[in-house]
Design a protein around this ligand. Structure first.
Ligand SMILES: O=C(CO)[C@@H](O)[C@H](O)COP(=O)(O)O
Ligand SMILES: [Fe+2]
Length: 230
């Protein structure tokens, strides 16, 4: 399969109705989501708590696209197999989560899943320079991780562009996560990102009873990003 550099929209279910994940996942996919982004938080690496492996396993049958699991946990290595077994398609760990991100990426690849590496806003692009041959995606956090609905940090645009140049022709996606909406999507797409995570900008104003709003929100982000790269 050829590497897909087209813009992909990955709604974060952190902004979904927590009493209704199955229906929410099916609704965003029916309305045009390319991937489903699952934010795993441990109350230690980030000041919030979300989904353990049993929750991710419960989401799995509802996802027909691609389940992208963003692990904001430290340590991360002891939990990789559990999230792989729960059904993740991509597992992304933070480069700041431990002293051995190279080993972490090897461990993710050993499960047969796609491997991602994420950078907090304060971490330079160079932190992943020697990891690029071991990963399928670099995730640039454009907010400090832990919560949805935060303001986009513009200084990260330069980091995205640097990573784009560092990656060269390797088949490695650049994902952007935090404060992505129709206003910031063109900026990240122009800088070189191809996977756009959006939580509040997708779920805002909609519900499973009114899922057309999700579709409208997804299209607005996609169209803004695509227009910037034409
Ligand atoms: O990983 C995270 C937050 O730590 C994200 O995936 C958020 O869920 C994105 O939410 P918005 O900024 O798009 O509302
Ligand atoms: Fe995320």
């Amino acid at each position: 399969m050829t590497f897909d550099r087209r813009i992909k929209i990955a709604p974060s279910i952190l902004s979904a109705d927590f009493a209704n994940f199955g229906q929410e996942i099916r609704a965003i996919e029916a309305e045009g989501a390319d991937w489903v982004h699952v934010d795993v938080m441990d109350g230690h690496f980030v000041p919030n708590l979300t989904f353990g492996p049993p929750a991710v396993k419960a989401f799995r049958p509802h996802v027909t696209s691609f389940m992208d699991v963003h692990l904001m946990i430290a340590p991360v290595d002891p939990y990789i197999e559990a999230y792989a077994e729960a059904g993740a398609d991509m597992i992304t760990a933070h480069v700041e989560a431990g002293p051995h991100p190279h080993r972490t990426l090897q461990a993710i690849r050993a499960t047969g899943k796609k491997a991602g590496i994420s950078l907090n806003p304060g971490t330079p692009a160079e932190a992943v320079e020697y990891l690029l041959d071991l990963c399928d995606m670099v995730l640039v956090m454009t907010v400090n991780p832990g919560f949805g609905g935060q303001k986009f940090i513009h200084s990260q645009l330069d980091k995205i562009a640097r990573l784009r140049a560092m990656i060269g022709d390797r088949p490695v996606h650049i994902q952007v996560d935090g404060g992505v909406d129709p206003g910031t999507a063109p900026l990240v797409a122009k800088a070189g990102a191809d996977v756009l995570v959006a939580g509040s900008a997708v779920f805002r104003g909609g519900s499973v009873a009114d899922p057309g709003v999700y579709g409208k929100n997804i299209r607005a982000i996609r169209e803004a990003a695509e227009a910037a790269t034409r």
